[in-house]
Design a protein around this ligand. Structure first.
Ligand code: CA
Length: 252
């Protein structure tokens, strides 16, 4: 079930769309103008937005453009709904950051198919398959995390939140994520959780990674947030491989 925000000022269309969304098992919330839509997004980040182009006040295109420019909403999937059919308008909608475009009148079946496609594209690509990075393997199917250290493999024990956090980091490596972004992506935007919570779980995650000398993979970026970096892992491994050289042993 996904949370879909429907931004549409024509009540008949809005109602029809909401009925179909609920029928398909989604949760739907409505906004009839840009300001209300923004308030809904501030309140709770939806999984997808159906955004009408022509709205009273600020247009859907302006709204989409604003969302794309802000970190919290940058990756928010948007399908533009519009009566416009011009190629130039279509391009403007996609330029503004819409993921797809549907021209009115549209069939509910087509709309639902587009929604499924966009949600699939936006879902973490590796939701079920194992992720491997920096000798670390995380398998969502078995919930196991292990790290190769030389010839050995070290099993790691992670709590459920640390597991999700590591999964997110490993599927989005080498990028700095702010605490707010991590809350949105890992905690599912339960906005009542304070950002400090992220620090607590990052600390626990590092502790959980320590037995495999992998704590360094999670990098603190001062004033910005956290990042999973393979450099940290490489450094940790170099330390590991600097085993004491047997004294007095001479090879000829
Ligand atoms: Ca309209």
């Amino acid at each position: 079930m996904s949370l879909v925000l429907v931004v549409e000022d024509e009540p008949a269309i809005a109602e029809l769309v909401v009925i179909h969304l609920r029928h398909a098992g989604h949760e739907a919330v409505l906004a009839a103008d840009a300001a209300t839509a923004q308030a809904r997004v501030d309140e709770r980040l939806p999984d997808l937005v159906l955004l009408d182009w022509m709205l009273p006040g600020q247009s859907g295109v302006q709204l989409a453009r604003r969302w794309r420019s802000e970190a919290r909403t940058r990756e928010l999937p948007v399908i533009m709904l519009t009566a416009r059919v011009d190629e130039a308008d279509k391009v403007a909608g996609l330029d503004a950051g819409a993921d797809d475009y549907l021209t009115k009148p549209f069939s509910p079946r087509e709309l639902m198919a587009r929604i499924r496609a966009v949600l699939r594209r936006k879902a973490p690509q590796t939701l079920d398959s194992a992720v491997e990075l920096a000798d670390l393997t995380l398998d969502p199917a078995t919930r196991r995390v292990s790290r190769r250290l030389g010839d050995a493999s070290v099993e790691l024990k992670l709590g459920p939140t640390e597991f999700r956090l590591l999964h997110f980091f490993m599927t989005h490596p080498e990028r700095v994520h702010s605490r707010a972004q991590l809350l949105d992506r890992v905690w599912g935007d339960h906005v009542f959780i304070v950002e400090r919570t992220v620090d607590v779980h990052v600390k626990r995650l590092r502790e959980a990674l320590a037995p495999a000398q992998a704590s360094g993979l999670i990098d603190t970026v001062r004033g910005a947030g956290y990042r999973f970096t393979q450099q940290g892992g490489a450094a940790a491994q170099v330390v590991q491989l600097q085993a004491p050289v047997p004294a007095g042993k001479v090879t000829t």
